[in-house]
Design a protein around this ligand. Structure first.
Ligand SMILES: [Zn+2]
Length: 250
């Protein structure tokens, strides 16, 4: 007899899962050890990728489409951290909304429960309002591995210096914060090794505080620091395979 196919557990409603913490947006205590719930939330996160076509567009049925930026597409492949799973709204969408009385546009945000929901919100409501609307991951993702070591770099029509922003998942221009703020952090500095070859070394240096012109993340963030350092390639020499069976003593 064929084993009966077991039904995949359905996700309880968000009202049941979340509601803890001071703000009520944290996972309730009884779900923090539920592996099945965590896996279901991870599947929900990864499922968003299936809505993006080969050209990188997310389309809805009403003729709206949005080109999903590379950083967001790469983020769909990430494993969510426990903090992201335990938060009801780990993402938000930010955009500039034109004001009715002709004043300057207002900056608005909307919290989203998943990356896919954030994309769907932009496609449904913002493609005509602000073409530069973007998604922010509150806790940030590390830079996608193909881009590791490529930032900071000069790019764009004016060749401005861009850093990878782990919160809005894109290359961004960073500016000095208001006020003369400095801090100390570790940074890779180009030096030469004892053979005279170029070599990077970590040094504790004084740095100016700068922040993302879009989402406001500053360069003290550890994901920012890890995402914007040079990377050296290490050649791994092929070694002889280790002997797996011990030679018997005769
Ligand atoms: Zn940013």
């Amino acid at each position: 007899m064929r084993p009966r196919r077991t039904k995949r557990p359905t996700l309880p409603s968000p009202d049941e899962i979340y509601g803890g913490g001071v703000t009520g947006n944290r996972m309730r205590g009884e779900f923090t050890y539920r592996v099945d719930i965590h896996e279901a939330l991870q599947r929900r996160h990864e499922r968003g990728m299936s809505r993006i076509d080969d050209a990188g567009y997310w389309r809805d049925g009403n003729g709206h489409s949005w080109r999903v930026p590379y950083g967001v597409r790469a983020a769909f492949g990430n494993t969510l951290t426990f903090s992201q799973i335990a938060s009801e709204y780990p993402f938000y969408v930010q955009w500039r909304h034109p004001s009715k009385n002709g004043g300057p546009p207002r900056t608005l945000t909307r919290s989203c429960s998943s990356l896919g929901a954030a994309c769907a919100f932009i496609v449904a409501h913002l493609t005509d309002v602000d073409p530069e609307a973007f998604i922010v991951c509150r806790l940030g993702f590390y830079i996608p591995s193909p881009l590791l070591g490529k930032f900071p770099r000069r790019m764009g029509p004016q060749q401005k210096m861009h850093y990878w922003c782990p919160r809005c998942m894109a290359p961004r221009v960073f500016r000095r914060t208001s006020g003369d703020q400095w801090f100390y952090a570790n940074k890779k500095i180009l030096t030469t090794d004892r053979h005279g070859n170029p070599d990077y070394q970590w040094k504790n240096v004084r740095l100016a505080l700068i922040e993302c012109t879009r989402c406001g993340l500053n360069n003290r963030d550890n994901k920012f620091r890890a995402s914007n350092q040079p990377v050296t390639k290490v050649k791994v020499r092929a070694t002889r395979r280790a002997r797996t069976t011990r030679r018997r003593r005769r």
